[in-house]
Design a protein around this ligand. Sequence first.
Ligand code: IMP
Ligand code: MG
Length: 183
Amino acid sequence: MPYGSPRDIQQVIVTAEAIQSRVRELGEVISADYAGRNPLLVGVLKGVIFFMTDLLRAVSIPVEVDFMAVSGYTPETRQHGTVRLVKDLELPIEGRHVLFVEDMIDTGLTLNYLLGNLRMRAPASLEVCALFNKPAHRLIDLPVRYLGFDLRENFVVGYGLDFKERYRNLPFIGTLSPDAMKK
Ligand code: IMP
Ligand code: MG
């Protein structure tokens, strides 16, 4: 097993095959929509790397990629709706067609803050592509142009999403057993 005990996973919520096929569909739609616009895909480390690399390979037009990193958020920063940028983009985005790629939108606070930050740099356009979304948890309404899956679960791991930095490498997403949450 490349990860902890398989018993750590209570239930598989989206299989690896379903994720891969949805990511391919998103890549095709994005390729059609952004043809001739040389989009820049921007992601936030680390959770998004799995989705980003699969999505990039599903895009058939010229495309560029860049990453930001934010400090892992605490209950306090969550309350204020701000996050600290610990790594900024390497490429300028003024006049560029930017597609913000996100693994998971939960409350929407992180994304809202980062979109505001990017908007100030005057991109030609700024849209969001999120693989997973928890609509019931949303605190801020955000325009999500491309969406993979809506989830009802409170907390899931896998395909980049972690619990205490573990389980990112699962090819599917699933809920954790109560025992695994105590570890
Ligand atoms: P938001 O600011 O509440 O939307 O938080 C979004 C971020 O929290 C995501 O980009 C993930 O990194 C993390 N997150 C939210 N829900 C989950 C989950 O169910 N499992 C693992 N990480 C999550
Ligand atoms: Mg994230």
